[in-house]
Design a protein around this ligand. Structure first.
Ligand SMILES: C[S@@+](CC[C@H](N)C(=O)[O-])C[C@H]1O[C@@H](n2cnc3c(N)ncnc32)[C@H](O)[C@@H]1O
Length: 382
């Protein structure tokens, strides 16, 4: 969407667009009111990066305003602050996420008046501000951000955008993996960065009957959304209502310095009749089964090859090449694990389960870790 006019006109046009596309959670009128109450432009830095390139409020104001009031992610930090995000280089490490995706996750969170909410990933402070509008003065938001500089900016953003805001979000600098026990229990835990597995602290800090909603991505494939309800005994039981692409929790990033090369000495060379593309472009439900059966593996997909990297061990990798018009494909595996073999076995386990779609898979989480199941919690896959 592009439009011209005052901030209010742009905001209203944007909300109209999101409403028409069905992106607003229920009740839509309450969410429209919340979106109207929080001036999104007050949370966007003067210079940032979008999918269309850099934006600069002072030099090219129209472009900047168009980006602020359109459904695009706005990258506000790269390489944990070590690189300039406006160059487009470096790994994005904080952003104002695309609003439709944010609203999708909020929809699954099912916020209500008076809720106490733990947010992980304050970023610009925008989603914390939105949360306050739904839970009202009787509720509370605690937002944990690992980066102190981002927290300081979020604090300024909130004060400038919504002076006297009640409830004012409590901003905490720290590793959100541990939640924030001081103000627990919470009715809701809302993560805005993705996890490999649900941290146990989030479970113990959620009230029975409460809910955790988090981007869930185990490096290998699609990013998902996990929605987990907490039972009276503290066990979490959940589903994966959809897909989402979020940056990972800082402590759960895969190792990135793999010396994986086709000609690397010491690689074991094998052949397979399984076309690597079959696994590289499998559905999200297959990826989910693979990540639980063959954990800790990151995948990089190229046109003609699938690269598998052990996220914990840079010396461990596999490359499988899918040459055109061939029936047999070469695989090179290096390190302590045979990553291709593990991933291929896991893919065929998913096939043997009848190629279940994502809706049929669920998750149980407790102090022993996570169990992935098919159709009902008793039917454990792994
Ligand atoms: C997509 S951004 C969050 C956007 C934010 N909710 C907003 O409205 O602007 C993800 C944030 O998670 C933060 N983050 C990453 N790892 C974290 C951790 N272990 N604990 C707390 N925050 C973390 C990042 O620094 C980043 O700011």
């Amino acid at each position: 969407m592009t439009s011209t006019g005052s901030a209010d006109e742009r905001l209203n046009a944007f909300i109209g667009d999101l409403t028409a596309k069905g992106f607003l959670p229920d009740p839509a009128d309450i969410w429209a009111k919340a979106l109207r109450a929080v001036p999104r432009h007050a949370f966007v830095p003067a210079r940032a990066w979008t999918a269309s390139g850099p934006i600069d409020r002072d030099e090219r104001p129209d472009e900047w305003w168009d980006a602020v009031y359109s459904d695009t992610p706005i990258i506000t930090q790269a390489d944990d602050g070590a690189s300039d995000p406006t160059t487009g280089r470096g790994e994005p490490t904080s952003s104002l996420s695309a609003l439709s995706g944010v609203l999708y996750n909020f929809g699954h969170l099912d916020l209500d008046q008076g809720h106490r909410v733990l947010e992980i990933g304050t970023g610009t402070g925008y989603s914390a501000a939105l949360t306050t509008q739904i839970i009202g003065e009787g509720g509370a938001v605690v937002s944990v951000e690992i980066d102190a500089e981002l927290t300081a900016v979020a604090e300024k953003n909130l004060a400038a955008a919504l002076p006297g805001l009640k409830p004012a979000p409590t901003l905490i600098v720290g590793d959100g993996t541990g939640g924030y026990p001081t103000d627990a229990p919470y009715d809701r835990v809302h993560a805005t960065c993705s996890v490999q597995s649900i941290p146990s602290a989030w479970l113990t800090q959620t009230r029975p009957g409460g809910r955790i909603v988090t981007p869930y991505g185990r490096w290998f494939g699609y990013g998902l959304v996990a929605q987990v309800d907490v039972l009276p005994d503290g066990t979490g039981v959940g589903r994966f209502p959809g897909t989402s692409g979020y940056m990972p929790l800082r402590s759960q990033r895969p190792a990135d310095d793999h010396p994986a090369e086709w000609d690397a000495p010491g690689a074991r060379v094998t052949r397979t009749v399984v076309n690597p593309r079959t696994i590289a472009y499998a559905p999200a439900s297959a990826d989910l089964v693979i990540t639980h059966l063959a954990p800790g593996i990151a995948a990089r997909r190229a046109d003609d090859s699938l690269w598998l990297l052990d996220g914990h061990d840079p010396g461990c990798w596999a490359i499988a090449v899918s040459a055109e018009h061939e029936d047999v494909f070469e695989v090179r595996q290096h390190g302590d694990r045979d990553l291709w073999d593990e991933v291929a076995d896991a893919y065929f386990r998913w096939q043997s389960l009848g190629r279940p779609v994502l809706d049929r898979l669920g998750l149980t989480v407790n102090e022993d870790g996570e169990r992935l199941w098919l159709d009902r919690p008793e039917n454990v896959i792994v």
